[in-house]
Structure formats: C-alpha cells, structure tokens
Design a protein around this ligand. Structure first.
Ligand code: ZN
Length: 313
C-alpha cells in the first residue's frame, strides 16, 4: 500500500474517492496494464455501420488464453471508455475543430456560473479526471457541444447520476452528480441544451458538477480546453497530442507486480448471428474472408444459428 499526500490546493472538497468498482473508477484504463502487447486496431470493423461488436482482449498465460478485458466496440452505451486507447501512444498530432459555425455547430458552457472547486489533479490517492464546478442543486446543466447522449446511468460509488455526450468534434464530455438527468441515451442534443439538473448524487459531499472532457476515452484536463472561470473556450480548435496524457505516468500506482507475465496477446471480436445472416455477408461486413471465419470458428457447420456468437476477428 502506498499512501499519497492528498492535494491541498482545492478550495472546497466536494467529492470522495470513487469505489473501486464504480463506473468512475473503471472509466480509465488500468494504466499499469501492458497495452502494447494487444493490437488496438479496430478500424477495419463496422465501417459506416451501427453494429455493436463484443470485444475481448485475451492474453496467453501458461498456455491458456485468459480474458483480461471485455468491451464493446465502437459505440457503447454502458462503458465510458470502450476505446481502450492509451493516449500516450497517439503518434500523430490531430487538430479538432471544436466549433463549425458554417454548420451551425457552436459551443456553450455547461453551467451559467462556473467557479472551479477542485481541479484535474492527483487527489484522495488517485487522479481526479475532471473539474468540479460549483452549483446549487436544481441548476441547469447544458451540453457543451452538439452531439448524441451515449450514456445515461447511475453510478452509486462514483459519478451518481451521470450523462456522457459524444460530440461531432471528436470529444466526449461527462456530467456527474446530477440530481436529475433529462435526456435519454441516443438523444441528439445541441450545444447549450439543458440535459440535466445539477446535484450531489454518488460520491459527493456537496452540490457540484463533475465535468470531464475525453478523447477516445482518455481524460483531458478541461482547463486546456476551457478558460475557467472566464467560462469560454480557449480556441475554436484543439490539438490532440500524446503529451496531453503524460499525467498518466504520475497517475499510475506503482508497486504492483504481476504474478505471471503474459507471453502473447490477441483481440477477439464476436458477432451475434441474426436470422438471415449468411457467412459471405458477415465476411463482407467485417472485411474478412469466409475462410477466415471458418478458421476462427472450427465448430461451424451447416446453417448459421440466430443468437449464436460468431468470431470475426
Ligand atoms: Zn469531481
């Protein structure tokens, strides 16, 4: 056990450490996990489609494949971070256009008043992946950009009632401790639209909004994107680089050693068979050969059975 001196720079301590099993705690990669051995390339799956594919990362330990992570790719309504991308491994510099005035896409602040009560920093023995913004219970909480509600969930050990919005600009924003979420999963929202009412649900000791900004699941310090408390975007573009995620190196809790080191890793994707599916159609959809499907599913013979799972990768 390693104890870390709590951060004392926050003015008001409004949030407790989330439970280890809470969505809040599970929302970031297990940073001590060695990601480099697993291929993260899911780009060939579901291009242009709305398929939900069940993924699992498996590692070979002592000659058996052990599932180390299960998740859905790419669109998922349960996991804050289904992407499993370690931001530190981003090689290119990517500039996002946060607003697109010519398409009537703008930016709005999540609250009308936004004094920060706690920042993006190490606190309570772990990293605090957002900023806490003061509010009164019942205050309107607004979508930061246009987008679609990806998650509306209850997380008793962490975020409480929370919403996660997937934006067109590539970012995702998360709104925690709401007293009342007002929009359902899949709802299209405009920047500035009221999506919930502020509160103090979950691991929280006072009314505030826990606000996160993420890129492919990786939390970004919101003060890089926004000027607080001036409540405005710092710029109409935002550049993603690996350096944004250097804080992971501080966030990793050291001192844990693996009992058995994996010797290989693989990523498995499965498709749930629906009536009418044919092998060649499935192969097409996932960009693989029929022979590959046969090789991955040795027990497959004859007709495809709806409801059964078929390995596609
Ligand atoms: Zn917080």
């Amino acid at each position: 056990m390693r104890y870390v001196r709590p951060d004392t720079t926050s003015i008001v301590e409004t949030e407790e450490m989330p439970d280890a099993k809470s969505d809040a705690a599970k929302s970031v990669l297990n940073l001590s996990r060695k990601l480099s051995i697993v291929s993260e390339d899911t780009t060939s799956l579901n291009e242009g489609g709305q398929e939900i594919v069940e993924m699992s990362d498996e590692v070979l330990i002592d000659s058996s494949w052990v599932k180390v992570a299960g998740y859905y790719s790419i669109w998922d309504t349960h996991n804050i971070n289904p992407y499993r991308v370690d931001g530190r491994r981003i090689r290119d510099t990517l500039t996002l256009r946060l607003t697109e005035p010519e398409r009537q896409r703008f930016s709005k602040m999540p609250l009308s008043k936004t004094p920060i009560t706690s920042g993006f920093t190490f606190r309570w023995g772990r990293w605090h992946f957002g900023v806490d913004l003061d509010l009164e219970t019942g205050d309107s909480v607004r979508a930061a950009f246009d987008g679609v509600i990806r998650i509306s969930k209850w997380d008793g050990g962490g975020y409480g009632n929370y919403l996660l919005v997937r934006h067109y600009n590539g970012l995702e924003t998360l709104y925690g401790h709401l007293s009342k979420p007002l929009v359902a999963v899949g709802t299209f929202v405009r920047a500035g639209q009221v999506i919930g009412l502020g509160g103090s649900t979950g691991r929280s000791t006072g009314s505030h909004l826990h606000f996160e900004v993420r890129y492919e699941g990786n939390p970004i310090n919101p003060t890089y994107v926004y000027n607080f408390p001036g409540y405005e975007l710092r710029g109409d573009t935002f550049t993603i680089t690996a350096a944004l995620f250097n804080y992971y190196n501080q966030a990793v809790r050291r001192g844990h050693s693996h009992r058995s080191e994996p010797t290989a890793a693989r990523q498995v994707a499965t498709h749930k068979i629906r009536s009418g599916d044919t092998l060649s159609e499935i192969a097409d959809r996932y960009g693989v050969r029929v022979s590959t499907l046969k090789r991955l599913n040795p027990s497959l013979r004859g007709k495809l059975q709806p409801g059964k799972k078929l390995r596609v990768k």
